[in-house]
Design a protein around this ligand. Structure first.
Ligand code: SF4
Ligand code: SF4
Length: 58
């Protein structure tokens, strides 16, 4: 299981953070932070990202 973000593409809009059902994402000054211990690889964050900067592989 893997969660990856392309930080060059990310707009820091926060959409992924607000939809994560596990509260595994946080938007900080340095960008989106991912908590692998909480993440279930559901893929919702990747689907809402307007610039497709998140890739989730089960
Ligand atoms: S894959 Fe699902 S659980 Fe993991 S960060 Fe994205 S929305 Fe949250
Ligand atoms: S939804 Fe996409 S562009 Fe917006 S903060 Fe998340 S990763 Fe970045």
């Amino acid at each position: 299981m893997a969660w990856e973000i392309d930080r060059e593409k990310c707009l820091r809009c926060g959409a992924c953070v607000s939809v994560c059902p596990e509260l595994a994402l946080n938007l900080k000054e340095e960008g989106v932070l991912h908590d692998a211990d909480r993440c279930t690889s559901c893929g919702i964050c990747g689907r809402v990202c307007p610039v497709r900067s998140i890739t989730v592989v089960k």
